[in-house]
Design a protein around this ligand. Structure first.
Ligand SMILES: Nc1ncnc2c1ncn2[C@@H]1O[C@H](COP(=O)(O)OP(=O)(O)OP(=O)(O)O)[C@@H](O)[C@H]1O
Length: 274
């Protein structure tokens, strides 16, 4: 469980990126932070692994106040996946995946074996192990990024717009893959996106943010769709716009999100124990 308790972040130039943020992120579920540009999503995410330290308040992981933990050690114990994958261009796929385990002292053969297993996990053919990032498609690069995030077998996986830069079809494949991986691995995932459809598809808990990290609404996708808190949420969710007029329907015993044209926009987590 990750707990934000009255957390604020003011950058040295005076920007108040996050203003008195309070939230609990339950373990083994996916929390999605969604909001427009500059609402503080990335700042909130980076405070969890101490890439950014708050100027007020505290963050706990289970019972540990993270300000008491050593930042490098903390960072290496938490998976981090970013947009544009952040892969090292002069290292092969296998070496990219094994970066953090190697830094943490895992021996090369063991790290390589594990990297190949992780390629299976994220749906990458092992024959790509010796390629360099520039020899992969954008979607394959993002899969390598996810594998690298999982390489330390973290309890927590932070994902900052990981699928933002790929085309819609590949994006949809990657989203479905993440749903599958999460069903198997049950990590505590914190996922940042601009895209409300992606948020509803992936989130057990969805947090809609306004400027300053102010929470407009937090809840399950079903809660937010059924009872948008105010006009801001309504507009963001697109409840009053044609194609995005999302509603929930039961199909074959599962809850699905259907858009204004009747197209299935996503499947909600059905809460089935894994
Ligand atoms: N290092 C910094 N120094 C000063 N201001 C910053 C810094 N990093 C972020 N900010 C500001 O803090 C606010 C929140 O930024 P943040 O990147 O957390 O938002 P975001 O919701 O992730 O935006 P985006 O979706 O565009 O990535 C913005 O006003 C941004 O300009």
């Amino acid at each position: 469980m990750i707990t934000f308790d009255s957390v604020s972040k003011r950058f040295p130039d005076g920007t108040l990126a996050v203003d008195d943020f309070n939230l609990t992120l339950p373990s083994r579920t996916t929390t999605v932070l969604v909001g427009s540009s500059g609402s503080g999503k990335t700042t909130l995410l980076r405070m969890i692994n101490r890439m950014v330290d708050p100027t007020a308040g505290s963050i706990r992981i289970d019972d540990d106040d993270i300000s008491t933990l050593e930042p490098v050690k903390l960072r290496r114990s938490i998976g981090y996946v970013m947009q544009n994958s952040g892969l090292l261009p002069h290292r092969t796929v296998a070496d990219n995946i094994a970066t953090v385990p190697l830094l943490s002292g895992v021996k090369r053969p063991a790290a390589r074996t594990q990297a190949l297993e992780l390629m299976d996990t994220v749906g990458l053919d092992r024959s790509l192990a010796e390629r360099y990032p520039s020899q992969l498609s954008g979607g394959q690069q993002q899969r390598v990024g996810v594998a690298r995030g999982l390489a330390v077998n973290p309890n927590i996986l932070l994902m900052d717009e990981p699928f933002g830069a790929v085309d819609p079809l590949v994006r949809s494949e990657l989203q479905q893959e993440l749903v599958r991986i999460q069903k198997d691995l049950a990590k505590t995932i914190v996922f940042v996106t601009h895209d409300i459809d992606e948020a509803f598809l992936l989130g057990d808990q969805v947090v809609l943010l306004k400027t300053g990290g102010k929470i407009a609404q937090v809840g399950t996708p079903a809660d937010i769709l059924a009872n948008p808190a105010d006009d801001f949420v309504n507009t963001f969710v697109g409840a009053d716009r044609g194609r995005r007029a999302l509603r929930i329907e039961q199909v074959s015993g599962r809850q699905v999100v259907v858009d204004g044209t009747g197209r299935i926009a996503g499947i909600l987590n059905d809460g089935t124990p894994t």
